[in-house]
Write a protein that binds this ligand. Structure first.
Ligand SMILES: Cc1cc2nc3c(=O)[nH]c(=O)nc-3n(C[C@H](O)[C@H](O)[C@H](O)COP(=O)(O)O)c2cc1C
Length: 199
């Protein structure tokens, strides 16, 4: 039995390839681990705000001496961190927008990566504080980035591995629906991605 957090960041609702791929990963996990629970976090339906001064002040204010507006400013970060900490497995749907992750997902990460909560420099070196999590990335792209001439434009997966690794999440597996805009590939891109899932 696993606690699964299903993170959606495509703006295309149920037509989304990354969401469908992520849902297929969740289904396989639920089959594999009967009794699992799934928490949905749709970052397009419920947006995380871009970081403003109030958020930064709150991030660095000691909780026992809160800044004015602290509670309101910190709530998104607290929520994102709590949901990740509670999960055993996190499935992240990632549509590629302009060679990288959507800003909705970046905003969520900006609230999740927080000094003293998900990472620490206390030992003098950065230490990730999010332990024992498994992440599956469900990446959908119009082009093909896993190999071929566009591979050097594959910024999203390395970035996600870096930022999640920074907070301690290193057990990451990627599945892709790629070539969703390429003639000859687009008809089968999603199904090929779904068929490749092993959990
Ligand atoms: C705003 C926008 C930007 C995009 N930029 C890229 C891109 O840089 N590279 C690419 O391969 N596909 C790009 N695409 C195509 C999407 O990655 C592709 O349609 C993918 O299937 C979207 O995932 P989704 O179906 O989960 O929304 C872009 C699509 C949109 C809407």
């Amino acid at each position: 039995m696993k606690k699964i957090l299903n993170v959606i960041s495509s703006a295309r609702g149920t037509a989304s390839n990354s969401t469908q791929l992520g849902n297929a990963i969740v289904e396989k996990l639920a089959e594999q681990y009967p009794g699992s629970t799934v928490k949905l976090r749709d970052l397009v339906v419920q947006k995380y705000p871009h970081l403003e001064e109030s958020h930064l002040n709150a991030f660095f204010a000691p909780a026992e001496n809160p800044t004015p507006g602290y509670k309101e400013a910190i709530q998104h970060s607290d929520e994102a961190i709590q949901e990740v900490m509670e999960a055993d497995v996190i499935v992240i749907g990632v549509p590629i927008y302009n060679f990288n992750i959507p800003s909705a997902l970046k905003a969520w990460l900006d609230h999740l990566v927080r000094a003293g909560k998900t990472f620490s420099y206390q030992t003098g070196r950065p230490e990730g504080l999010v332990k024992d999590k498994k992440v599956y990335l469900a990446i959908a792209s119009g082009g093909v980035y896993s190999n071929g001439p566009m591979k050097s434009f594959d910024f999203a997966e390395p970035y996600l591995r870096a930022v999640l690794g920074f907070i301690g999440i290193t057990d990451i597996t990627t599945f892709r629906a790629e070539g969703t805009n390429v003639p000859d590939l687009k008809e089968t891109a999603l199904q090929k991605g779904i068929d490749s899932i092993v959990v």
